[in-house]
Write a protein that binds this ligand. Structure first.
Ligand SMILES: C=C1C[C@]23C[C@@]1(O)CC[C@H]2[C@@]12CCC[C@@](C)(C(=O)O1)[C@H]2[C@@H]3C(=O)O
Ligand SMILES: O=C(O)CCC(=O)C(=O)O
Ligand SMILES: [Fe+2]
Length: 368
């Protein structure tokens, strides 16, 4: 039986002091599929790179979203100096004393706070990571839980995260437009059709910071269990230490995403999979740890507001066919995913209509 998350989060595991990986953190079946390098340009395993500022970007986005469900995004215009400041502040936050971090611990049922990744509540083993989730629109009040007395570090953290959010939220709108163009919608349709316009206007952002401490026995431990992101799409900023792996089929393998300075990894999430009727598919991914260096990543998760139903866009459904998925809100989908985790099924299958047959990715990548 998995340990309830509130129990896990009330005990602080001191990664820094660990000289070995205890049974509580040792995962079986991690090496079921080979791991290949995704950085070798021109090879089949090369993770697609899309310069979103260049001509032809929509077509490249479409191809990457259809074939991989992920890509490395360059040419986005977010200054590298800002990204470096963001990373520095995240590292300082994770270096705070345990007692201070535990003040902000995520309570059961809470969306925001400090602790092991929310998904860990479905597993009996613990991951080799800590994370902090917050909403960028209420970060000044959220962050008072970590820095009750505010002060210099609090202000610098909030300032840099606000600046980052301002830049990246605009970028998300640009990328959404590229995605919709990639689906075949014209500029007029994007501007004029209520449903499409609403997606951009109402899209919400959540930030989740990950810290993967260096690990004495990385072959036995796992930073973040294989999963698909549940929302529309995610921007992942990873430090220069690689660790993010994408699952690819035929032959089944894990592809390590190269650490490209200044690039964001873009992951297609399950609700975008639904919105595009499965044309852009969500990507299974996981994070591994290493012996020598800590790793930090930032996930910027875009999705609909909680009350909005997400259903396949009519433009994404082939003529004469019915939509492959039923309409769901994000919280409804999370409840389905919770059920899928406990029954071992696929959440996308569970919201599909007869018109869609999903490969059971959950089973295929079940190296948990
Ligand atoms: C917006 C969200 C997506 C997320 C759950 C969350 O409410 C905030 C944290 C996100 C995250 C980050 C680590 C992996 C993941 C599966 C998890 O456990 O928490 C994702 C969630 C998701 O994409 O469903
Ligand atoms: O650490 C990473 O590179 C990936 C993080 C991730 O998948 C997530 O936060 O959802
Ligand atoms: Fe993820």
């Amino acid at each position: 039986m998995p340990t309830p998350s509130h129990l896990k989060s009330s005990l602080y595991f001191d990664f820094r002091a660990a000289r070995r990986v205890p049974e509580t953190h040792a995962w079986a079946g991690l090496h079921e599929h080979p791991v290949v390098d995704g950085g070798e340009e021109g090879t089949e395993d090369a993770v697609p790179v899309v310069d979103v500022g260049a001509a032809g970007a929509a077509a490249r986005v479409a191809r990457a979203a259809e074939t991989w469900g992920a890509f490395l995004m360059t040419g986005h215009g977010v200054p590298e100096t800002l990204l470096a400041r963001v990373e520095e502040r995240i590292a300082r936050m994770f270096a705070l004393p345990a007692a201070q971090k535990m003040r902000a611990v995520r309570a059961p049922g809470e969306a925001c706070g400090y602790g092991s990744p929310p998904i860990s509540s479905f597993f009996s083993k613990c991951m080799w990571s800590e994370g902090y989730t917050f909403s960028p629109v209420s970060l000044r009040s959220d962050l008072r839980r970590l820095w009750p007395k505010t002060g210099h570090d609090y202000r610098l953290f909030c300032d840099v995260m606000e600046e980052f959010h301002k830049e990246v939220r605009k970028l998300a709108d640009r990328l959404l437009e590229l995605f919709l163009r990639a689906l075949g919608l014209t500029g007029e349709q994007i501007a004029g059709v209520e449903a499409e316009r609403k997606i951009g206007e109402t899209m919400t952002a959540t930030m989740h910071l990950n810290w993967y401490p260096r690990c004495p026995d990385p072959q036995r431990a796992l930073g973040l269990i294989a999963h698909t992101d549940s929302g529309f799409f995610t921007f992942v900023l990873q430090s220069l230490v690689p660790g993010l792996q994408l699952f690819r089929r035929g032959p089944d393998r894990w592809v390590t995403v190269p650490a490209v300075p200044g690039a964001f990894v873009v992951n297609v999430g399950d609700l975008f999979h639904i919105l595009t009727n499965g044309r852009f598919h969500s990507v299974y991914h996981r994070a591994v740890v290493n012996r020598d260096r800590d790793r930090i990543s930032l996930g910027y998760f875009l999705g609909p507001p909680p009350h909005v139903k997400v259903a396949p866009l009519p433009e994404a459904v082939p003529h004469g066919r019915s939509p492959a998925y039923r309409a769901v809100t994000w919280p409804e989908y999370m409840a389905v995913r919770k059920k899928a985790f406990t029954t071992g099924g696929s959440a996308l299958n569970m919201v599909s209509t007869d018109a869609a047959i999903e490969p059971d990715d959950a089973a295929a990548a079940a190296d948990a």
